[in-house]
Design a protein around this ligand. Structure first.
Ligand SMILES: Nc1ncnc2c1ncn2[C@@H]1O[C@H](COP(=O)(O)OP(=O)(O)O)[C@@H](O)[C@H]1O
Ligand SMILES: [Mg+2]
Length: 631
């Protein structure tokens, strides 16, 4: 890669984006590309839509967000459908400030940043391109030049509605620089850039109680009053407030609810009437999306304050809860680790999954239905198959609580704990146990965790630990068998042959001698006992399996190892029980003999080659499972 060449190429690309012409020429361009005159809200919506929409089970997934925000599909769908889309259609919601409400580190800032960076990139594209009056500090919409009495005719001809009036500054410029000839006013294409303060702004109040409104709306430049003779001469005004600069695009308002309500009025009249008042000055029309964010506590106290009452109807609140899916949470951690300094550390398989389970458990609400526990709910939410439940149950569970995901452990906490584990352990590899330990220790330092909550969270840590124990055992046991799936399948086929013979009161044929033999009761029982099927219940269980097989056959489906959860579990357990002694002895012996050593090396190699471990984490896993099996 030649960086100088790339720079030159970049400059060329920039050059291609340039367009400058008179208002007359701009009107010609509008005939060809009417979309360049769209409103700020419409541009945002189209940006999101143009990135692609996927439909999964009747739910929309917006690709615009999907490479950086995980597990928020429902919230984002609501946000697009109830805010961005209707506001693009000039419906009333666009006249409200968008307030994202959600728990700390739940992705609100990330979402706003994506919109901002997205718009910067979008205005460089054909579909997102945008034009402004040249030399205007607010990059005013060129169509404001069209006088009110001609706007209906303009609509007839171009199909474009014009909102907002020419600003006092451009009114003056029109007279002085262009002698009133609107068609000569210079127009140019603009590219949004927060750094250059074009179309994107961030307002962060310095002192929310004594904030100067000029930071938002700009102010009179007293040094020039003498030159222009009057405070109300628009040339004596500096249009350098954040609202001015973000005109046509988006302004992020940080800590909005901490501001004084008098201060907020300015903003609200802007969203409501599309204009704001600055000093001793005519109203200034502006067109921009205002996004703020807050947490639930802050929002509740804002709502509870009588003084703010009139503001409520001018804000639209959109919840951004935590993600509630384990696999999506893992992706969040992966992303955050990739972005960090610890990206090259080896993280043993399942580590992030176990941490994610803990986080999700802290966010879920206890099911009201008696037939389901939190772990099962967690699995269902994650799209796993849980025997006895289906998608209707998920819908029902979701309905139990209006707002789930508004509290619990945040991703940043987990990442901080993972980082501190890495730093303390001073090795290049960490595993699930390290992380669970660190999560546990961190609870003492966590500022917002009461002792009652801590008790609950400790319980979640041990639940996550139990999940890990199961996963770890399975992983090792699987690695002990040359081909695990194959063995499981063979064992199951064998079991099914016997069950079939048993139910039909038939005999089996010995594959070696060809002799007729009775069903192998001992084998069947050894499997059934793994899942606690009693002598009395065995007949019913076997018949049920046969019924299941014929039901499958009727639908033309093959009954296989994964068709019956309980049977699979039994087969697995049986396989592991047979292996247990080998695994136990091999993994826990301090002085392995030659044969054991060979086996250990084989297993370690398989863990590394097929399961993503490195030699440290594979050996740690073996030692741990050895100790589990010896308990
Ligand atoms: N659902 C999510 N998907 C992807 N990343 C997330 C999600 N929730 C939180 N994060 C990550 O957590 C960190 C904190 O998020 P942030 O956007 O600052 O939260 P907030 O502004 O809500 O406090 C960021 O690194 C962000 O990328
Ligand atoms: Mg934030």
């Amino acid at each position: 890669m030649d960086i100088l060449k790339r720079l030159a190429h970049y400059r060329e690309e920039e050059e291609k984006l340039r367009w400058e012409g008179t208002f007359g020429e701009y009107l010609d361009l509008l005939k060809e590309k009417p979309w360049v005159a769209q409103s700020a809200h419409s541009r945002v919506y189209n940006m999101i839509k143009d990135a692609g929409v996927e439909e999964i089970n009747g739910r929309k997934k917006y690709q615009f967000f999907s490479n950086q925000l995980f597990g928020l599909e429902e919230a984002l769908e609501k946000l697009v459908e109830e805010y961005f889309h209707p506001s693009a259609k000039r419906l009333d919601v666009r006249k409200r400030v968008l307030l994202l409400m959600g728990p700390v580190s739940g992705g609100k800032s990330t979402l706003v940043t994506m919109l901002k960076r997205g718009l910067e990139a979008y205005t460089r594209t054909e579909l997102g391109s945008i034009y402004a009056i040249k030399g205007c500090p607010m990059h005013e919409d060129p169509l404001h030049l069209i006088p009110n009495h001609l706007r209906n005719d303009f609509y007839e001809e171009y199909g474009i509605r014009i909102e907002g009036n020419l600003s006092p500054l451009n009114m003056l410029r029109l007279e002085e620089e262009y002698g009133g000839r609107i068609e000569d006013v210079m127009i140019h294409r603009i590219i949004f850039s927060e750094d250059r303060r074009v179309g994107i702004g961030t307002f962060s109040p310095s002192d929310p109680k004594s904030q100067d409104i000029a930071d938002l709306t700009g102010s009179i430049d007293f040094s020039t009053i003498a030159e222009y003779g009057s405070e109300s001469d628009p040339r004596a005004y500096r249009f350098d407030g954040e609202l001015n600069k973000a005109n046509r695009g988006l302004m992020e308002f940080q800590e909005m609810l901490k501001c004084d309500e008098k201060f907020l009025w300015h903003l609200l009249s802007l969203t409501q009437e599309g204009n704001f008042k600055a000093g001793r000055f005519a109203l200034i029309s502006a067109d921009e999306l205002i996004v703020a964010h807050t947490n639930e506590t802050e929002y509740r106290s804002f709502i509870a304050n009588k003084k703010n009452e009139a503001l409520h109807s001018r804000i639209i609140v959109m919840p951004i809860p935590y993600n509630l899916k384990v696999t999506e949470e893992e992706k969040i951690y992966e992303k955050m680790i990739d972005e960090s300094d610890v990206a090259d550390v080896h993280i043993a398989p399942h580590t992030l999954k176990i941490a994610a389970m803990f986080s999700i458990l802290t966010r879920l609400k206890e099911p009201k239905r008696g037939d389901i526990d939190l772990i099962k709910k967690m699995r269902l939410y994650d799209g796993e198959n849980v025997e006895g439940f289906n998608s209707a149950d998920i819908t029902e569970l979701k309905k139990e609580y209006q707002e789930e995901g508004m509290s619990g452990i945040d991703p940043r906490y987990v990442i901080n704990r993972i980082s501190s584990t890495i730093i303390r352990k001073e090795v290049s590899s960490i595993n699930a146990l390290d992380v669970l330990r660190s999560l546990k220790e961190g609870l003492d330092q966590h500022p917002s965790i009461t002792s009652e909550l801590k008790e609950k969270y400790l319980n979640f840590i041990s639940l996550a630990r139990k999940e890990y124990d199961e996963i770890a055992k399975k992983e090792v046991q699987k690695a002990f068998v040359y081909s695990y799936e194959e063995s499981a399948k063979t064992l199951m086929d064998n079991y099914l042959d016997n069950v079939e013979a048993y139910c039909n009161k038939a005999k089996l044929r010995d594959p070696l001698t060809g002799e007729e033999i009775n069903p192998d009761e001992k084998l069947m029982r050894s499997i059934e006992e793994q899942i606690g099927i009693s002598e009395n219940a065995k007949k019913a269980f076997r018949e049920e399996i046969l019924i299941r097989i014929s039901a499958y056959a009727r639908k033309g489906k093959r009954f296989d190892y994964n068709s019956h959860d309980r049977l699979r579990e039994a087969i697995q357990k049986k396989l592991f029980a047979d292996l247990k002694d080998v695994v136990k002895i091999t993994t826990s012996t301090k002085t392995p003999d030659e044969l054991q050593l060979k086996k250990i090396n084989e297993v370690v190699a398989r863990l590394i080659d097929e399961h993503g471990y490195n030699s440290t984490s594979a050996n740690e896993l073996l030692r741990y499972v050895g100790s589990l099996l010896n308990r």
